[in-house]
Design a protein around this ligand. Structure first.
Ligand code: CA
Length: 295
């Protein structure tokens, strides 16, 4: 087992830090505090962190090919203009489900925006979520339900595999992916999470098609081989709730890692003063560029 290092780069104290996304055009990291309704932009060069309050819980941020950003909000998929600070919902597949909100998502290599939902209450038990994609013509498709906590979507280099995490199932799953149609099929578990690792949350993929999974209540990010179903390397963190990770830096050779404070007692918070902060790991491999929304 290879043990890799990480250091704190921003004292953010986010309630639920999440959704890191490297913007290779602007050379900045977008990330979120879901429960605080905040979109953050961290510029590594200056160390500056800018923040927008979008007025409702925000589960995903992705870049748009034509410029600007897309968000997955409580109320659905939205465009977001950082100049005006205005988020505008363009499609809401769950207008009838006020107990749900959008959670994690990403764009596929064809530029479709995938994101899933979860219950705002006890999502692990209630499993009222579903997985959707927003096509480039702004039409929505539902791909999967029920889902507990929709997380961690990445595609292999050949785009023939989509890896997905429903945190409630404590597993990393693989689907056959049809890039032409955007359809998934043949779900299978590639990594069953052992009890001591906690809950699988966000996920990134490197240029060797290995998975980097953040573990809630697991104190780490683990590099997992989906073919062999085993952990190859870990990045241990000084906080229990590790939520998501993303490759970044000009060479995509660094791993940005988000964490959370929510759910920790005062005692636990005293022992984890860096909970909710932003970390930077040295993965020793390169990532792949995130795809932009092409609609
Ligand atoms: Ca998550």
């Amino acid at each position: 087992m290879i043990e890799l290092s990480a250091e704190r780069i921003l004292e953010a104290k986010a309630n639920l830090g999440e959704g890191p996304l490297w913007d290779h055009r602007a050379k900045v990291l977008w990330w979120l505090d879901i429960l605080a309704s905040r979109v953050h932009r961290f510029e590594p060069k200056s160390g500056k962190n800018d923040t927008w309050d979008v007025g409702q819980m925000v589960g995903t941020v992705v870049c748009r090919k034509q410029g600007g950003l897309m968000l997955a909000l409580e109320d659905g998929f939205a465009t977001f203009d950082t100049e005006s600070g205005v988020a505008k919902v363009v499609a809401d597949p769950e207008s009838e489900k006020s107990d749900n909100r959008f959670n994690d998502g990403k764009c596929d290599p064809a530029g479709r925006f995938w994101a899933g939902t979860m219950n705002k209450g006890d999502a692990l038990q209630l499993r009222t979520g579903a997985l959707y994609s927003l096509d480039t013509d702004l039409s929505i498709r539902k791909h999967l339900e029920p889902v507990g906590v929709s997380n961690g979507i990445v595609w292999s280099k050949d785009a023939k595999s989509m890896y997905y995490i429903d945190t409630a199932s404590k597993a990393v799953d693989r689907f056959d992916y049809d890039l032409e149609t955007g359809n998934i099929s043949q779900r299978q578990t590639v990594f069953k999470v052992p009890e001591e690792m906690g809950y699988p949350d966000g996920m990134a993929i490197d240029n060797q098609d290995k998975l980097w999974v953040a573990f809630w209540n697991g104190w780490q990010v683990a590099r997992i081989c989906p073919q062999e179903g085993k952990v190859i390397a870990t990045i241990k963190l000084p906080v229990a709730n590790v939520t998501a990770c993303a490759f970044g830096g000009a060479a995509l050779d660094q791993l940005y890692i988000t964490t959370a404070r929510v759910g920790l007692s005062d005692d636990e918070l005293a022992k984890q003063p860096m909970a909710g902060d932003l970390f930077l790991g040295q993965p020793g491999v390169h990532g792949v560029e995130s795809s932009n929304f092409a609609g």
